[in-house]
Design a protein around this ligand. Structure first.
Ligand code: COA
Length: 184
């Protein structure tokens, strides 16, 4: 089990096979999927598939979404992090910032905290040139998180027939910003 980041309250580590129940609790919740195509999973087998797919990305691209664990209780909160995304934009691939948390953990600043950690990892450890993100234009919380951690709105585009906001931050922009963000 590989731990990538530790904060005061969170452990951010590779997703493992034994996270299947956590992924099931996360991805079977219709509210979690409200802005993700409204197609929650229905079986634990599907949760295993999600984990297999993400673990394959670790091997193929050296990065993929990571599990977020409550340090005190060891509870599975959800996932966060970067993904080499090849499906969302028709014309290009990119490194995507994302997060998905079980509902009981919403509203505690966890998405914001893990997004900042993911950006720091992407720029400082992976030395990426830029990191992008997309959010359904109706998804107020996610759009807020992306702006709060320093991503810049670029344009609106259609994904799965829904308008999405497209965001980007470059490494020089992050370097200029990150000291301020760290103090939020
Ligand atoms: C989106 C999501 C990750 C946010 O996680 P979170 O930990 O609750 O987010 P944070 O607490 O860090 O910050 C959320 C911000 O959005 C705001 N917010 C939340 N719901 C909101 C709403 N309905 N309208 C406006 N603002 C809202 C919060 O007030 C907060 O801003 P603030 O810190 O300035 O007060 C969480 O709701 C989730 O997992 N949703 C399901 C999966 C998903 O949609 N992922 C993103 C796909 S693009």
């Amino acid at each position: 089990m590989k731990i990538h980041i530790e904060t005061e309250r969170l452990i951010i580590r590779d997703l493992e096979k034994y996270d299947a129940q956590g992924i099931f609790d996360l991805d079977s919740d219709p509210e979690v999927h409200e802005f993700l195509g409204n197609n929650p999973i229905k079986t634990i087998d599907e949760a295993h598939n999600v984990i297999d797919l993400i673990r394959k990305q670790y091997t193929e691209y050296g990065i993929g979404r990571w599990a977020v664990i409550d340090k005190k209780t060891e509870d599975f909160i959800g996932w966060t992090g970067l993904k080499y995304e090849q499906r969302v934009r028709k014309d290009f691939s990119y490194y995507d910032l994302g997060y998905r948390l079980r509902k009981k953990y919403w509203g505690k600043g966890i998405a914001t905290e893990t997004a900042i950690e993911s950006l720091t990892y992407g720029f400082n450890t992976l030395n990426l040139k830029e990191i992008c993100a997309a959010a359904d234009i109706k998804h107020l919380a996610s759009n807020k998180v992306l702006k709060k951690v320093g991503l810049n709105f670029i344009e609106t585009f259609d994904f799965e027939e829904e308008p999405h906001n497209w965001y980007k931050i470059t490494k020089p922009e992050w370097v200029a910003l990150h000291k301020t963000i760290k103090t939020i």
